[in-house]
Design a protein around this ligand. Structure first.
Ligand code: F6P
Length: 367
């Protein structure tokens, strides 16, 4: 605690950014200042800032006007896992991983905060849970376009990403139609298919491929050729980056050596596009939306959700309900143990109603 002085909390944003993070920072800061006269410290670049001791004070004016701003005003890092931090060994590019958690604990102690609010995805929340177990009072706020965090029905950023992906599929539709082509639109989502499923349905995709349902290429080709027989000479395939064939593997785009979670997915649409083209004899094109899905302004839905979650996070701080993540259950906000968040991604369940609805209107999942 910051004895004799104002109560103080800190906020950090870790992992991949997404639209809506600034709306959370704004909500926490404004409410903590207006309702509880607190001081807010913004940690720079996620856990990197707690290793290097980089932070700034966040005043009311600092968070005014950032509601609609994409990204994070605090910066973020996808590499800074203090428990497994990559450092160069000697002059070459050989890396070794070190445990710098003691440095982080010392720096947190010096900040004299009563709580650290961690806005992050499953990786950041996993790290945060470990620090909570080491005695740091922590509140988590779930954030990711992937919508794959356990314990919450939805994450902010997802709606914005689905909007961008849907608009892309809409645009691809017209050119696919003119040229009678198979067009693949590859979307993000890591190991989960939420973005592909929702944007695929919203954009009227004919085939939707998600990691949760491995596909058979022959089944996709049969489906596309069948469509042609009924006069539909084009087909749109919404494909999640983590999709894979039955018995096959995901396509890896790159390995980020200095990350404790080094694998980056991407490129399945090109591999599969080639294969479908050869098998069907039809012209095929692929588009990878990539980081476009993470950039830019949040949708109104995400702005509202982010504001609600930020406000709830301050309530948990006041209740000293630490070691929890704010979460959405139906219409309500709840708290969920960080420990349970850290058990892996939330995938689409096999009996998910939207998969059933899509199948019932003729969408092919390649299975
Ligand atoms: O988790 C968010 C996400 O955008 C995933 O959908 C994607 O697989 C990954 O991050 C991309 O990571 P990077 O920003 O390191 O390329």
């Amino acid at each position: 605690m910051n004895k004799g002085k104002k109560r103080r909390i800190a906020i950090l944003t870790g992992g991949g950014d997404c639209p809506g993070i600034n709306a959370v920072i704004r909500a926490i800061t404004k409410k903590a200042i207006l309702e509880h006269d607190m001081e807010i410290i913004g940690i720079k670049d996620g856990y990197e800032g707690l290793i290097d001791n980089q932070y700034r004070t966040l005043n009311f004016d600092d968070v005014s006007g950032i509601l609609t701003l994409g990204g994070t005003i605090l910066g973020t890092s996808k590499k800074a896992n203090p428990f497994q931090y990559a450092v160069n060994e000697g002059d070459g590019d050989k890396l070794k991983f070190e445990d710098l958690s003691a440095v982080v604990l010392k720096n947190i102690e010096a900040l004299k905060i009563e709580c650290l609010v961690c806005i992050g995805g499953d990786g950041t929340l996993w790290i945060s849970n470990r620090f909570h177990k080491l005695g740091v009072p922590i509140i988590g706020v779930p954030k990711t376009i992937d919508n794959d965090i356990k314990g919450t029905d939805i994450t902010f950023g997802f709606d914005s990403a689905v909007n961008i992906a849907t608009e892309a599929i809409d645009r691809i539709h017209t050119t696919a139609q003119s040229h009678h082509r198979i067009m693949l639109v590859e979307v993000m989502g890591h190991k989960a298919g939420w973005i592909a499923l929702h944007s695929g349905i919203a954009g009227g995709g004919d085939v939707i491929l998600i990691p949760e349902i491995p596909y058979h290429s022959e089944k996709i080709v049969d489906y596309v050729l069948q469509r042609r027989k009924t006069g539909r000479r084009f087909s749109i395939i919404a494909v999640a980056e983590g999709s894979k064939p039955v018995g096959g593997e995901v396509v890896i785009k790159r390995i980020v050596k200095d990350s404790s979670d080094p694998i980056r997915l991407g490129g399945i649409s090109f591999v599969l596009g080639e294969e479908l083209g050869k098998m069907s004899g039809l012209e095929t094109r692929s588009v990878v939306l990539g980081h476009l899905q993470r950039g830019g302004t949040p949708t109104p839905f995400d702005r509202v959700l982010a504001t609600r979650l930020g406000s709830k996070a301050v309530d948990l701080i006041m209740e000293k309900n630490y070691g929890k993540m704010v979460s959405v259950r139906g219409d309500h906000l709840e708290d969920f143990p960080l420990e349970e968040v850290a058990t892996g991604p939330r995938l689409i369940p096999a009996d998910y109603e939207l998969i059933k609805a899509a199948r019932e209107i003729g969408v092919c999942f390649g299975d």
